[in-house]
Design a protein. Structure first.
Length: 199
């Protein structure tokens, strides 16, 4: 199997609506050699991702949050076309949406050497695909900068990511996003934790 699509599931008021949108975007993909892994262990964002990594059988793992979705029906094929020998982690561009139809604020992933300070120029984990060979796991002590920490550790192991400069996924924006429930105090503490680890 080529790709495992990991969709961490958690409770939110619009769970069924956004999850259907996500799964519908997978169903129309032209590339079909994939499995869908939907971890829901109730232990938090990072734990769900780690459970998904452990359950994945594909050569590569594509993360896709349940409120996000593929931009078109060739998104997976585009990923596969670029997952060549030597590509251990790949990141793509993304768009954003409030209503699921209109796309705004295109973002194109870039590496920066201050990632460990919380300066996330790559984007949400839905832009990320990793090779499923001795994969790294997310730090379950983190919520706000967990993606920055993960990208930093991928960089330290493999070097800079392969960057695909196309909008491959759309990030769903709403008050129900998990990161909207993190206090400012907790955010500051996590950034301090990261800087202490890497600086």
């Amino acid at each position: 199997m080529k790709i495992s699509i990991v969709i961490p599931v958690y409770e939110r008021p619009d769970k069924e609506t956004v999850l259907k949108r996500c799964l519908d975007s997978i169903a129309i993909q032209s590339f079909k050699d994939y499995e869908i892994v939907m971890p829901e262990n109730g232990k938090g964002w990072s734990a769900n991702h780690n459970q998904g990594i452990r359950e994945s059988k594909g050569e590569f793992i594509k993360f896709l949050h349940m409120d996000d979705f593929f931009s078109d029906n060739f998104s997976l094929q585009e990923l596969v076309n670029n997952l060549k020998d030597g590509v251990n982690w790949l990141v793509t561009g993304c768009g954003h949406t409030y209503d699921g139809t209109e796309w705004i604020n295109p973002h194109f992933a870039r590496w920066n050497n201050k990632m460990y300070t919380g300066n996330n120029t790559i984007g949400a984990p839905s832009v990320l695909t990793i090779r499923n060979e001795d994969p790294l796991f997310f730090d379950e002590r983190l919520s706000w900068v967990v993606d920055c920490d993960y990208y930093q550790r991928l960089y330290e192991r493999y070097g800079k990511p392969f960057v695909l400069d196309n909008i491959n996924v759309i990030i769903g924006l709403s008050p129900n996003q998990a990161t909207n429930n993190i206090s400012e105090k907790a955010k500051r503490e996590e950034v301090e934790y990261l800087i202490k680890n890497y600086a």
